[in-house]
Every structure is written in structure tokens, then in C-alpha cells.
Design a protein around this ligand. Sequence first.
Ligand SMILES: C/C(=C\CNc1ncnc2c1ncn2[C@@H]1O[C@H](COP(=O)(O)O)[C@@H](O)[C@H]1O)CO
Length: 268
Amino acid sequence: MSTTNNRGNYRKGPVRLRGKLIPEKTTDESLLEPAESVDWVHMDPWRVMRIQAEFVEGFGALAELGPAISVFGSARFKPDDPEYTLAGEVAGHIVDAGYAVITGGGPGVMEGANKGAHEAGGTSVGLGIELPFEQGMNEYVDLGVNFRYFFARKTMFVKYAEGFIVLPGGFGTLDELFEALTLVQTTKVKRFPIVLIGTTFWAGLIDWLKNTLVERGTISSHDLDLMHLTDDPREAVEIVLNANRSRRREELAAAQAAASRAGAMGPE
Ligand SMILES: C/C(=C\CNc1ncnc2c1ncn2[C@@H]1O[C@H](COP(=O)(O)O)[C@@H](O)[C@H]1O)CO
């Protein structure tokens, strides 16, 4: 709603305007007139609505998913690459443990993991991303959500998973790995297990983290403990499961301690 009072103050919702800032048309007039230009579709306030919708739709689609583990890795591996098969094995162990498998829904490691989850009879989730060279979701995704924005999609990978398993990959995989590491390091997320599969592939990065970042003091040596390293798909899944079992035990013990403290204090 917009109004002008007798002091020439023009009110447009929460905003007050005067003088030359008073628009020639009211908000209602602008809304109802036929559009001469569609530029507004690309403006930031409209983008905010799309971003908000993306979160709402993502939360709505995944709220009832149940326990899940996110699996990451290169979009470029082919079905006959060992990492594709490895991703399928990881997904099979995740499903056997009663968890859903979340991936980026694309080709390569994502497809391998979705295939493994689908064939093991588990819930195979793909959180796709709109890219200029549209690939579409791989055919093994049973629950798919497509995102325009990487940051909204990345929130879902963390929010709906109890851990990350990261296979060899490129920039996208590193982005997802370092996002998780930063969230855990800064305690935005607590006790979130991150497992790297591929000791040879990751060795150079781990050495650099140790010999350059720890050495120069840009990370602490205990930050390296936020990552677990293995070649064994079963062990990778066990690491995530064990970390969550001990987190749940600690949460239960803390809740019991709080309840007994409240009991000891007696009724008010
Ligand atoms: C490059 C190719 C396909 C791109 N399609 C993708 N679909 C969904 N998710 C993707 C895609 N590409 C990257 N991602 C995300 O990043 C990670 C992999 O990136 P990397 O650079 O290959 O490591 C992956 O986990 C996705 O979340 C086919 O040529």
C-alpha cells in the first residue's frame, strides 16, 4: 500500500519517501499495468524469492527422508572407471545400514552411488544443479530435487546427512569437502564425520595441508583429525556410523544428566 500525507511524505510499505523520490506510479498501478519490459524478472528482489522458494522446496522434499549419508566425487568418471564401481559399493553399505544415499544427481561418482543405492533397494537421492551444459539427473535417482543455486543445494547436503563420504574428484568435490570442513572447524556443525576414500589420490592434498597449512599456522594440526582416510568402502561407512553412534550416546547421557539434575532439584 502507498499513501502521501499532508507534509508530502510518501509511504510505500515500510519505506518513507519525499520530493523527487516519490514514484510516479503507485505499487498497485505498477503491478496491474501490462509489462513493457521483463527486466524485473532478473532483479535481486525477485531472485531472493526464487532463493527462498528453493530452500522451501528442498526442505519440503527432504524433511521425511530419514537418516542419510552424502556421497561426493568426480562428475567425469565413466561407468568402467574403478571409482564408479567403488561409489556403488559405498552406497550398498550405506543402504545395508538403513541409510539413504544423497548425491549431486549427476554423472560419474554420483551416478555410481545412486545406482548402488537404487539396486540395493535403498533411497537414492539426487540434488541436481542447473548448469549451462544441462546433463539432467542420472537414471538411478528415485528422489530428485533440482537447484539453481549451489549454496541452497549445499545446505541440503549437510542438513539432511549424518556424514560425508568423499571419493576422488575435482573442483566441485573439493568445494563440497572444504565447505563441510569449514562448518565443522567453526563448530557450525558438531561431530560431522568426513571420510575420504582413496589414500593415493588424497595423499598430495593431505601432505600439503600438513606441510604448508599446519606449518604456516593457517590451520591447527588437530584440524586434520576432522578427516578420516581409507581405501575400504565398508570401513568408510563404518566410520560414519560409529561417529554417529558415539554422538547419540553422548547426547543421551547429557539428556539423562540434565533430567536427573532437574529431578534432584524437585518440584518448584
Ligand atoms: C562435468 C559434467 C557434468 C556436470 N554435472 C553435474 N551434475 C551434478 N552435480 C555436479 C555436476 N558437476 C559437478 N557437480 C557437483 O560437484 C561435484 C563433482 O564435481 P567435480 O568437479 O567433478 O569433482 C559433485 O559431487 C556434484 O555435487 C560431466 O562432464
